[in-house]
Design a protein around this ligand. Structure first.
Ligand SMILES: C[S@@+](CC[C@H](N)C(=O)[O-])C[C@H]1O[C@@H](n2cnc3c(N)ncnc32)[C@H](O)[C@@H]1O
Length: 352
């Protein structure tokens, strides 16, 4: 297929995902208003003005263009632009709807730390035992792991993977300075269902990949999805990111995507310190997470409401937190920041 046709196919694919996200959110909001109006959180997302919609659309177009350009420039194969867990999507999408009554029930009763009796909650930090984004069983069931990727795609109107992929260009550029790609070790902290590891595998086919997460269910899901890929399976280990089970100076690169807004401030600092410890001198650490208030003051209200609307208890603090200061406190240097669409990136180096 010629480049212009591939680009058109990519734009159409993304547009389809975007329409799907908007349609799902509109329908489910209507249904909630109609069937369970009492279950709406106290704060509502204020209606987005046409001006804000235009800004969002421009930012979305910009990230899709960067995504396309990175593929064109050989950072990763263009095929991963179309990567989507189709089988899971058709299998589990109905469950997203079937889960709504349970969500209504929890929001109505303001129950945000609600876990089925079959779930073992022993041994997890208390800040983790939450129904983040109103997910049934939080991160602790196979059902939650099956629905997660679909829910994230809906939330970001199909742009979550384009945001995740923005860690790849700086990391690949950094690792190109190492002479032996097979000896390169890269860790993805809080890997969830493995979307970022999937993209890392396509970008760094020879590297040794590692993933950690606190959720055994999400790691099972990641293991299942990643085992479909050619090449060596990443080594997945259940671990708290605050205490990584690796030797000092073990990795050449570390990434972490969409974790920091789900941590209280102290844990955020501790995770950064741990990543510093297990990174080699000269290694690179890349955080990808939500934009912060200073990046888009025009979305202040939307960001503040996000915390309640989607039950993200640490998000309000996160959006004003100074991660550069935290990274510097841990010892990182040469810290760059980037912003793409609704996500922000901190690219930090451990001094030689
Ligand atoms: C929003 S999800 C992001 C997952 C994945 N990185 C992605 O891009 O979809 C947050 C993930 O962080 C994990 N997590 C939260 N707190 C953690 C901690 N202290 N240590 C390890 N993983 C943690 C959760 O289990 C979940 O998989």
């Amino acid at each position: 297929m010629s480049d212009s046709l591939t680009k058109l196919a990519y734009q159409t694919f993304q547009q389809g995902k975007s329409y799907f996200g908007v349609a799902h959110k509109t329908l489910s909001t209507q249904l909630t208003q109609w069937v369970a109006p009492q279950s709406r959180p106290e704060r509502q997302i204020h209606s987005i003005s046409p001006q804000q919609l235009l800004i969002l659309q421009q930012k979305l177009n910009a990230i899709l263009e960067v995504d396309w350009q990175d593929a064109q420039n050989g950072v990763y194969p263009a095929s991963i632009l179309f990567d989507n867990p189709w089988e899971d999507f058709f299998r589990y999408y109905p469950e997203v709807w079937l889960d709504l009554p349970a969500i209504w029930n929890r929001t109505q009763n303001k129950k945000y730390q609600d876990f089925s009796s079959s779930i073992d909650t022993e041994g997890y930090p208390s800040y983790y035992l939450q129904n983040f984004h109103h997910q049934t069983d939080g991160y602790l069931s196979d059902r939650s792991a099956n629905l997660y990727d679909i829910q994230v795609e809906i939330l970001f109107n199909g742009s979550a993977d384009a945001m995740r992929r923005r860690i790849l260009a700086p990391l690949k550029q950094h690792l190109s300075t190492f002479s032996n790609p097979k000896a390169t070790r890269v860790l993805d902290v809080a890997c969830g269902t493995g979307r970022t590891l999937r993209f890392l595998r396509a970008t760094l086919p020879q590297a040794q990949l590692y993933g950690t997460d606190l959720s055994p269910a999400y790691l099972r899901k990641a293991n299942h999805l990643l085992s479909e890929l050619p090449g060596e399976l990443p080594q997945l280990v259940q671990a708290n990111a605050e205490a990584l089970p690796y030797l000092d100076s073990y990795f050449h690169g570390i990434t972490s995507v969409f974790l920091f807004h789900e941590l209280p401030a102290q844990a955020r600092q501790q995770v950064i310190e741990e990543c510093f410890r297990v990174l080699q001198p000269g290694g690179m650490f890349i955080i990808c997470d939500s934009i912060q208030l200073s990046d888009s003051p025009e979305f202040k209200l939307m960001m503040e409401n996000f915390s309640t609307m989607f039950h993200e208890p640490y998000y309000r603090h996160y959006i004003t937190d100074d991660l550069i200061e935290r990274l510097k406190t841990a010892g990182f240097q040469n810290i760059e920041q980037q912003v793409h669409f609704m996500s922000k990136y901190w690219i930090a180096r451990k001094p030689q």
